[in-house]
Design a protein around this ligand. Structure first.
Ligand code: CU
Length: 71
């Protein structure tokens, strides 16, 4: 179980969160995604080991470049 927090400058609404959730579930079907939309923060609780680089590239590929805030 690993928790990562990402800053997503392009996150504007719940629709963005859902798009990112769908993309992340393709990497880890059991991940838990929560968001602070006004703060532009996305928290991902992984159920399995997923390389950080995969998460960042997946989000970037759907239009949401992310910066790691903390692990
Ligand atoms: Cu949106």
């Amino acid at each position: 179980m690993e928790d990562i927090t990402l800053k997503i400058e392009k996150m504007k609404c719940q629709g963005c969160v859902e798009a990112m959730r769908t993309a992340l579930e393709a990497l880890d079907p059991k991940c838990i995604v929560s968001a602070d939309v006004p703060g532009k923060l996305l928290n991902v609780r992984l159920s399995t080991l997923v390389p950080e680089a995969s998460i960042l590239s997946t989000l970037e590929s759907i239009g949401y470049p992310a910066n790691l805030v903390k692990k």
